[in-house]
Design a protein around this ligand. Structure first.
Ligand SMILES: N[C@@H](CCC(=O)N[C@@H](CS)C(=O)NCC(=O)O)C(=O)O
Length: 213
């Protein structure tokens, strides 16, 4: 049995997408980060880092239960559990990891920080906002150049690196990112968004948001 603790967020959505793509059944439990549920003691006992997503696999390595945070680590775990979406050896494997690290240390943090300074900072911080907005343009241009050469981000095969990149592209409006400025990324985004497993995962995470009374 696989349990996923998540919300409708860019880092969370990767895990349901991977599980849908891999055809693994899972229970999805909402941790409402807008209400601070990720900082409650019960959840901190599952993830001391106080963030979503978390995956709990009762049938983990050696038949023991595994509790795992960090969306990138979770995707590698699921790929290796099933032998899919991550080549085992050679350059192809390291191109996937290269793209995952590029996103997780570059694009994702830039989008998160830009959105924070645009929309949530208690007072305007123009130089901080400009720093992260400029970084988004730089890394998005890098990604656009990569996608001019390849169908998917790591190769001409769909991999977990595409799932990692897709999370923030799905939630790009938080950082006011316009994909029309990056035509190769737009082409790739539409390809990923059109996958039935991706749509199923998006429906499931969107359903975690409580309806406004
Ligand atoms: N590096 C982590 C980042 C997780 C993360 O920042 N999750 C956000 C939602 S997208 C969160 O839990 N935010 C609530 C908070 O930071 O308190 C991952 O990839 O899983």
């Amino acid at each position: 049995m696989i349990n996923v603790y998540a919300f409708a967020t860019p880092n969370s959505v990767r895990v349901p997408i991977a599980l849908e793509e891999l055809g693994l059944p899972y229970v999805l439990t909402a941790i409402n980060v807008r209400k601070g549920e990720q900082k409650q003691p019960g959840y901190l006992a599952i993830n001391p880092n106080g963030k979503v997503p978390v995956l709990v696999d009762s049938d983990g390595p050696g038949g023991k239960s595994l509790t795992l945070g960090e969306s990138g680590a979770i995707l590698i775990y699921l790929a290796e559990k099933t032998g899919k979406l991550l080549p085992m050896y050679g350059e192809a494997r390291f191109r996937v990891l290269e793209q995952m690290f590029f996103h997780l240390t570059g694009i994702g943090p830039a989008m998160g920080q830009a959105g924070y300074f645009q929309k949530q900072a208690p007072e305007p911080q123009p130089s901080a906002q400009a720093r992260f907005e400029n970084e988004i343009v730089r890394v998005m241009q890098v990604l656009d150049g990569i996608l001019a050469e390849r169908t998917y981000v790591a190769s001409d095969e769909f991999t977990i690196a595409d799932i990692v990149h897709f999370g923030w592209m799905w939630r790009r409006s938080f950082a006011d990112v316009d994909l029309q400025l990056y035509p190769n990324v737009q082409r790739w985004h539409d390809l990923i968004d059109g996958r039935p497993a991706v749509q199923k995962a998006l429906d499931r995470v969107n359903a975690l948001i409580p309806a406004l009374a």
